[in-house]
Design a protein around this ligand. Structure first.
Ligand SMILES: [Zn+2]
Length: 218
């Protein structure tokens, strides 16, 4: 597969449609829930509202500009488009967003428990600081605005109370990997807790920073 920055616009939208279908097929979101988008040259391409993502193709994506205006597309954009625009307007380094309702992560979103990210090396590297956001009505300006502080602090992973999760990255692979890693981390820690009756054992902070250094990330 070609590097993402060498793909043209239609290739990128096609690629996002395949990763969106993959997320639905792997149970990372269900029914018509979730919405995915990509930024290409100051335009946003988002999944349409009320759409079962197993059937998505590149022709179903809706084109918007950064001023919330629809430019092209037969369908209506995702009802969460304000959240997508808020994220792209706040962070120039983000080009892809997955918002989804993965079941094990949502268990954490409906309790006060936090997802222990230091249980696996890949979750330490891919997730970073998770931001837990209070419940706000989906689709509203208020809902989009609660992301501001976390975005400004550089976070890319958000757990939304009584709702779902939103993950962001520079690339499609990066956003998809964050979503699936977050769900794996939630699953393993929840099931390990039930299995052992104890909190899962975490990798120490020292070991976690050593791993970061090995990967030249910090
Ligand atoms: Zn949602």
């Amino acid at each position: 597969m070609k590097e993402e920055n060498k793909l043209d616009k239609l290739d990128k939208i096609e690629k996002l449609s395949r990763y969106t279908k993959l997320a639905w097929d792997r149970g990372l979101t269900e029914s018509t829930s979730g919405n995915m988008s990509i930024r290409i040259d100051n335009k946003i391409y988002t999944t349409p509202t009320f759409f079962v993502k197993h059937f998505i193709t590149k022709d179903d994506f809706v084109e918007l500009n950064l001023n919330k205006e629809k430019i092209k597309g037969d369908l209506e954009p995702s009802s969460e488009y304000k959240m997508h625009l808020k994220i792209y307007n706040e962070r120039k380094d983000i080009n892809c967003i997955f918002h989804a309702h993965p079941k094990w992560s949502m268990m954490y979103s409906v309790t006060s428990k936090k997802i222990p990210i230091r249980i696996l090396p890949e979750s330490i590297v891919l997730l970073g600081e998770i931001v837990y956001l209070p419940y706000k009505m989906p689709g509203t300006d208020e809902f989009a605005d609660v992301f501001t502080e976390g975005l400004r602090n550089g976070s890319n992973v958000f757990v939304l109370a009584n709702h779902g999760v939103t993950v962001c990255a520079k690339t499609i692979e990066g956003a998809y990997a964050r979503l699936e890693t977050l769900e794996t981390c939630s699953y393993v820690s929840a099931v390990a807790g039930m299995f052992s009756g104890k909190e899962p054992i975490q990798i120490s902070k020292d070991e976690a920073s050593k791993f970061f250094r090995k990967l030249h990330m910090k």
